[in-house]
Design a binder for this molecule. Structure first.
Ligand code: NAD
Length: 457
């Protein structure tokens, strides 16, 4: 039976790959093609082994691959054959000129829009899947629909809310799917086409349609709110450390208020990942552009507190270890920005390790999935960092353990064995409050959590 629609994703990364795999899995009547300029990534997808670790992804990929899901480096052919084009490319922060370090660098986005116009050959719906500054759809329209253009492109915003580590569950059972379009006849038709795709597996009540600008802003605002909760609880954790209040007790008391709710109240060494900081800074830049300086300052503090949290973690380590870590071996347990991913983009472990290395510590990194990322992130310290698959080998001979990722398997390590193989006094700095601190203390460790009383001998 011929396919009813040809769907394309430009970009086969953490968003484009899983999103299209789940779409193909649920819409067998559609042909779903994913293109990328990264030939290694495409080869990995085509081998049936995803290019990165994501629970459940391999099974979904293997069900749909070469049935109605294909991967290719031929971007031009992909564009030509598609009815609907999801643009899922990366949107990094600008590193040069005006807005450096804050604004989104949209040069790749513009290049992609021009490529779509060049190869389209007929009318198409172009969907913004990436996270973008508000009003990007207007710039896109300027490029795609110039005066006198023969082909019409309808631009729809459909930001992605998946979280790495739970991407497949998030895509199969999303809290909501947001689809924003222009309030014109053709705009409404385009939105309906995207609604119809998602309606194959998503409850219609969870499909929300809005105007295009609301959709673009909602994605930035949602990430800002999530990151703000983390910075809020981290700031309270710091008060706990000063006052002998316990952050778990305080978080429970806060979260039982139905107006606040219990989710996202876990304190830590700080948030990471490719999105939170980038998206907030992008929103801050946008606020300043619109003259909303007080609003910009408010949201910028979320990022400031996050940097403070990472710095404070390292300062506590150094102070606790007699104000020097020179030549002390420190085992870093976990480098990924969160559990169940190998992604290290903007991981707090990067800043923590860098600061420890600058203080001339000997850093040994272990992580079940993220050692390749750690090697790349710490490449400038080549020769000063060790990478170990086995956490016991990493810990042997070390003065301290720093828990930087909430991998559940770290709970189940034999800490008696680890303690015996470490230098004394042995320290644990638990940047995720993952471990049982009392048990560790009873084994002989000096234990430092976040927002908790220190347990020292
Ligand atoms: N990673 C997440 O958890 C997440 C969640 C929601 C939204 N987002 C947003 O989605 C977007 C993509 O994020 P990601 O994590 O998938 O990024 P990524 O870096 O993993 O993937 C982007 C891919 O796009 C490809 N690409 C770039 N320019 C291209 C071009 N001109 N033609 C073809 N391919 C091109 C790159 O080679 C890369 O493989 C970003 O805007 C991000 O903010 C990410």
């Amino acid at each position: 039976m011929p396919f009813t629609k040809n769907i394309l994703s430009i970009g086969a990364g953490y968003v484009g790959g899983p999103t299209m795999a789940v779409m193909a899995d649920n819409c067998r009547q559609c042909a779903v093609n994913v293109v990328d300029i990264d030939a290694d990534r495409i080869a990995a997808w085509n081998s049936g082994e995803p290019p990165f670790y994501e629970p459940g992804l391999k099974e979904v990929l293997q069900r749909a691959l070469n049935r109605n899901l294909t991967f290719s480096t031929d971007v031009a052919a992909g564009i030509r054959d598609a009815d609907i084009i999801f643009v899922s490319i990366n949107t990094p922060t600008k590193t040069f000129g005006d807005g450096a370090g804050m604004a989104a660098d949209l040069q790749y986005w513009e290049a992609t829009a021009r490529q779509i116009r060049e190869h389209a050959g007929g009318d198409k719906i172009v969907v913004e899947k990436s996270t973008l500054p508000v009003r990007t759809a207007a710039s896109m329209a300027g490029i795609l629909n110039p005066k006198g253009g023969q082909i019409r492109f309808e631009i729809v915003s459909n930001p992605e809310f998946l979280a790495e580590g739970t991407a497949i569950r998030d895509l199969q059972r999303p809290d909501r799917v947001l689809i924003g379009g222009h309030q014109t006849g053709s705009g409404r038709n385009a939105v309906q086409e995207i609604v119809d795709i998602y309606a194959n597996w998503v409850d219609p009540e969870r499909i929300l349609t809005t105007n295009v600008w609301s959709s673009e802003l909602t994605k930035l605002a949602a990430n800002a709110f999530l990151a703000q909760r983390i910075s809020s609880i981290n700031s309270i954790a710091n008060i706990c450390e000063a006052t002998e209040a316990d952050i778990d007790e305080v978080a429970k008391g806060i979260g039982m208020d139905s107006r606040i709710g219990p989710d996202y109240l876990r304190c830590s060494v700080g948030f990471g990942g490719s999105c939170f900081e980038k998206d907030i800074l992008n929103m801050v830049y946008m606020c300043r552009y619109y003259g909303l300086d007080d609003v910009a300052d408010f949201w910028h503090k979320v990022v400031t507190i996050n940097s403070y949290q990472k710095d404070r973690f390292v300062r506590r380590m150094i102070t606790a270890m007699f104000s020097s870590v020179v030549n002390k071996r420190i085992a870093v347990l976990g480098f990924a920005f969160k559990a169940d991913t190998g992604d290290t983009r903007a991981s707090p472990a990067i800043d923590v390790c860098r600061q420890l290395l600058e203080e001339r510590a000997v850093v040994v990194v272990t992580d079940p999935q993220a050692l390749p990322g750690a090697r790349a992130d710490l490449a400038s310290f080549d020769g000063c960092v060790e990478y170990e698959e086995d956490p016991y080998t990493a810990a042997a001979g070390s003065h301290a353990l720093a828990i930087l990722t909430d991998w559940p398997e770290y709970r189940d390590l034999d800490y008696k064995r680890i303690y015996e193989a470490m230098e004394k006094p042995a320290f644990v700095f638990d940047g995720r409050n993952l471990l049982d601190h009392r048990t560790l203390h009873a084994l002989g460790f000096n234990v430092y959590g976040i927002g908790k009383a220190t347990l020292i001998h």
